[in-house]
Design a binder for this molecule. Sequence first.
Ligand code: THU
Length: 141
Amino acid sequence: MIGEEKIRELIGQAMEARRHSYSPYSHYQVGAALLAEDGRVIRGCNIENAAYTPTNCAERTAFFKAVSEGIRDFTAIAIVGSPAGEEITQFAWPCGVCRQVMMEFCNPKTFQIIVAKSEGEYQCMTLEECLPNGFGPDNLG
Ligand code: THU
């Protein structure tokens, strides 16, 4: 489990990442901050597309940035999401596709998913709680 201070810092970084959200179609802005085991933090935002389906969620942007730089061991991710121009009034739990990507690289029993409205107001669950009986690399032996 990561400490309160680190959680607050991660949430702050997710809020910063959200500022870069490219979401001209949904106007729903998401930011994520992914904590690697070595302490590095990799940020991501959602990136939409006029053809819609190429849209990438904030969480997957963070994961793909990290993996493409050789980082594969992760501890936690903080996520903030809300419509543009609004206060963050909801907990933005990750979509099913992002949960599956987490399953590829993270230990479901220990990886922490933190969703926040502010640095002090957040909820936290393990990947296993968010994706019970998930299919992952271990299934392929
Ligand atoms: N989105 C994310 O970035 N993360 C999620 O887990 C759910 C959805 C983005 C995708 C799209 O740009 C917008 O939110 C509305 O679906």
